[in-house]
Design a binder for this molecule. Structure first.
Ligand code: ZN
Length: 289
């Protein structure tokens, strides 16, 4: 059963916006597709969680794509989400695992910091927003905090957490994005700073059975917020054969002929969901110019 959802809320009479999400099932699904090692599963899970919450800030047919390329052994992490709670993502090398001495997963080591966090929002009608910031710690949550503050000029705090069992099962995943509105007063900010300094890690809160609303309550206190909307979240890939055809048409006749002669066709694999698409020699022949 899928219990993943996003809660959107306003706190302190609209001075603070908080999005909180439980993403355990969708992160587990992304993890199962590629059988990632725990640290890679956490890195991708944190990215999926932030991306799906950013999708929740969009409307209609708008989409958001996040790319993280820190030069670490995990390679490129890519995730995209729409405005309706659907997200997908993967890392180019999911077989990466590092731990701190404490046993905590060392996501920063896997991701690296020699690179950037890129955000592209497709706002429709060929209107794009792009933002880019250098990675701060590669722990992903800190990097999104820096992104919102620098690139979107919104003072923010982002908490992301994924708990993975030694058997590579995602036990708990979730996160929150807190955004300080320009009209925010001293009291709201002080309350938030105080709760952020004592709050438990997100993965622990989710593992303890806390809901997104419970996390918001932990952050701002009972009675200080109202929930505007909740939205179910899920891992979903929207790939189809048509999209791969456009990739194949970019190949020249020589390459297409090679596939026809040597392989009697071609097979394309979607990196997001591992679905395979077969192309017969006849289909490839039809793509020749
Ligand atoms: Zn796919």
């Amino acid at each position: 059963m899928n219990n993943d959802y996003l809660a959107k809320s306003l706190a302190f009479g609209g001075e603070i916006r908080i999005y909180a999400a439980r993403t355990t099932e969708l992160v587990n699904e992304a993890n199962k597709i590629v059988a990632a090692y725990p640290t890679a599963a956490a890195a991708v899970g944190r990215t999926l969680t932030a991306t799906v919450m950013m999708g929740g800030m969009l409307k209609g047919r708008e989409t958001v794509t996040v790319r993280i390329n820190g030069g670490g052994p995990i390679g490129l992490i890519i995730a995209d989400a729409n405005a309706h709670g659907k997200v997908r993502g993967y890392a180019s090398n999911p077989r990466v695992h590092f731990q701190y001495d404490s046993g905590k997963l060392n996501v920063g080591m896997a991701v690296g910091t020699a690179g950037d966090l890129y955000v592209t929002k497709d706002l429709g009608l060929k209107d794009y927003f792009t933002g880019q910031v250098p990675l701060q710690t590669g722990e992903i949550g800190d990097d999104f905090t820096y992104y919102f503050t620098q690139s979107e000029q919104t003072p923010s705090a982002v908490g992301l957490g994924v708990l993975v069992s030694p058997e590579n099962e995602v036990i708990a995943a979730g996160g929150f994005i807190i955004q300080v509105m320009p009209n925010a007063g001293e009291e709201a900010i002080t309350t938030l700073e105080k709760s952020l300094s004592i709050i438990k890690p997100v993965s622990e809160m989710i593992a303890d059975g806390m809901t997104p609303e419970d996390m918001i309550k932990e952050l701002v206190g009972e009675g200080n917020f109202k929930i505007l909307e909740t939205m179910p979240l899920a891992f979903e890939c929207n790939c189809n054969k048509e999209k791969f055809i456009s990739g194949l048409t970019s190949l020249g006749n020589v390459e297409l002929d090679e596939m026809i002669k040597e392989d009697d066709g071609a097979e394309a694999v979607c990196h997001f969901c591992m679905k395979k698409y077969q192309f017969t020699a006849e289909e490839l022949e039809a793509l020749k110019k």
